[in-house]
Design a protein. Sequence first.
Length: 442
Amino acid sequence: MDYKSNIQYRKETLTRLLYSIEENESRIIEALYKDFKKPEFEAVLTETNYVIGDLKQTIKNLKCWAKPKRVLPSILNFPSSDYIYSEPYGKVLVISPWNYPFQLALCPLIAAVAAGNSVVLKPSELTPNTSSIIAEIISKVFTKNHVEVIEGGVEVSQNLLAQKWDYIFFTGSVAVGKIVAKAAAEYMTPVTLELGGKNPCIIDETANIKLAAKRIVWGKFINAGQTCIAPDYLLVQEKVKSELVEHLKLEITNAYSENPELSPDYTRIVNTRNWERLNQLIEPEKVLFGGQINSEDCYLAPTLIDETSFESPVMKEEIFGPILPILSYENETELDAIISKYDKPLSLYVFTTKNKFAEKIIQKFSFGGGCINDTVIHFSNNRLPFGGVGHSGIGAYHGKMSFDTFSHKKAIVKKANWLDLPMRYAPYKGKLTLIRKILKWM
């Protein structure tokens, strides 16, 4: 079947994928728990239900998205009809991460298929149970020459990147993103890079401190902080710092009990290597709350760090775990100086009741996306683009923008034959004055 041009076939395969995911949802949730004890609620909210919703939207709108879009023609081309055609790139490579191993593998795959591409998916080897069930589902739904899952470690990724692709979609760290970009440049392959960064979260003296603490705790410690858009560090105005810290402690306890290790709602760090990296970021003398560890279970408690140095390891890299440094500032000049120390982040958050201050922050700093008076939730709206800028990524997706990401936009002018204006043809003598007037009207 020609999936490149047959939109109905694309819809039918995506519908089969939808049914298969719904049928296997309990197994997917179980696999996520086996990989790093992801709670069922988070597995449904951030993984299976998100993918199911994405599939339903794509199936519903695919014919409309794929239809050539008519645009206003140029007067210079009169008479003509002008269109934008969405054309598949061809062979697409999707490399997905381990932190949301189902959602971040399936959503790009869905979009690539919807746009008419063939896909090779390389899921993360760090979540083998989830990768295995993804491979099983894909092999039953798609033909091998249409969509294929290739499992394996770093060597597999390196071998795949050494090949020629028509498009590469990568989600992961900045360091690996640079490797992907370099490999893609060898063949002039277009890429989408969904990376990360040190996402600041600003809390000024006018914020609703109690509510801010609740929303920060949820956004930071969901998935044990292993979220690319999680707040990476807090910048709180000095006047309200003590109050915020007390509310953060209370909200952590409310969410995960006095002992989060026993909570059924708290995820583990994905593996020993990542656990050790995070453990080394903690300065015991700076711990305000938390800090408890259990190496056998890759457990690291929700941890608050107080006023650490910018030279400390925890402030030099993206944390990507349940450690939250809390820094204070007195005025906007100080605030600007701190944020400007880092590359453009994937997300930025502001808690304030001053609309002018929030708008000023949004306009002043470059970042992928964010929220005012909340965290993380901008990801959930598929009418908003999701992606980074600078070191935090290249390109964006979600909803129709996902379809557009995996489609080359081909410009077509359909010129009529019933009239052929002689103005553009040589010889040009006597035509310049008229053409200048026409160009001024455009």
